[in-house]
Design a protein around this ligand. Structure first.
Ligand code: CP
Length: 301
């Protein structure tokens, strides 16, 4: 089985192959609707999602796959059926791949170990990992800069709660990119700081080729954080002044959803230097490549 649990299990060669396949799917619409014909994939989203869920579905359909949607409220998980038994059931019924978003960190790695008979694809696991987001982020950077090695990427904001930061960290490190972290003291993640300096936001922004802003997970900070979005934005967000201070060639990214006016000034979300909607578009190609890998198993190179 070809699972995708997180980016730390992928070699640079494997990620390069995924980027190559993503570009292939983007550039060859005549090849769509064939590779996955007659193959079933289940989308099991136990936490909210717009981009990841919809782009997986588009990717599946463009590969010609048959899709099954399973949600937490209407499946037998509400009757207490275990994670493993649900996956084993989907396998018995005919699903070959299960795309999962859920809250429990580490469950997918455990399930992969228990071998429930399906290829597992992590679509965002608690504050653990979000590998397809990191892959689409790196693909977007590579398309823009051609080379990831030596690129300086500043990851700014709520790093402590961010699965996107973690998965990007592993993937960027593997490629030899330089990572800088920045944001409020209360949102630091010391486990990522061994190989990535923590700098004041203004310094990080000035040094970066890529300024990656993270969503402030307001639901986790409502009481303790800041008195208003303006306070956060002025202290740590991307404002027009900070955009001006970026290197002339630098670009801005964000995994979205965006809190407009909090981590990014509203008018910068669709600024020419923003890659946010390009990232979303690239998510479809990357997910086609990941699904292709999942169904091709050992034959995939
Ligand atoms: N970036 C991302 O994972 O967005 P969704 O939560 O909408 O899928």
């Amino acid at each position: 089985r070809r699972h995708l649990i997180d980016t730390d299990e992928l070699t640079v060669e494997e990620m390069e192959t995924l980027f190559g396949r993503a570009a292939y799917w983007r550039d060859h619409p005549e090849a769509w609707f064939q590779t996955g014909k007659g193959r079933f994939v289940a989308n099991w989203f136990l936490e909210p999602s717009t981009r990841t869920r919809v782009s997986f579905e588009v990717a599946e359909k463009r590969l010609g796959m048959e899709t099954i949607d399973l949600d937490g409220e209407t499946s037998s998980t509400v009757k207490g059926e275990s994670f493993y038994d649900t996956l084993r059931t989907l396998s018995a019924i005919g699903a070959e791949v299960v795309v999962v978003r859920h809250a429990g960190v580490g469950t997918l790695a455990e399930m992969a170990w228990e071998n429930p008979g399906v290829s597992l694809v992590n679509a965002g696991e608690g504050n653990g990992g979000h590998p397809t987001q990191a892959l689409l982020d790196l693909f977007t950077m590579q398309e823009h800069f051609r080379e990831l090695k030596g690129l300086t990427v500043a990851i700014i904001g709520d790093i402590r709660h961010s699965r996107v930061a973690r998965s990007n960290y592993w993937a960027l490190k593997a490629f030899g990119a330089r990572i800088i972290l920045a944001g409020p003291e209360s949102m630091r993640n010391p486990s990522l700081e061994e190989n990535a300096p923590y700098l004041p936001v203004d310094e990080a922004i000035q040094q970066a080729d890529v300024v990656m802003m993270l969503r402030v997970q307001l639901e986790r900070h409502r009481e303790t954080l800041f008195s208003s979005p303006d306070v956060y934005r002025h202290a740590y967000g991307l404002t027009p002044e900070r955009l001006e201070a970026m290197q002339p060639h630098a670009v801005m990214m964000h995994p979205a959803p965006v809190n407009r006016g909090v981590e990014i000034a509203d008018e910068l979300v669709e600024h020419p230097r923003s890659k946010i909607f390009e990232q979303m578009a690239n998510g479809v190609w990357i997910r086609m490549a990941v699904l292709e890998r999942a169904i091709e198993g050992g034959r995939w190179r």
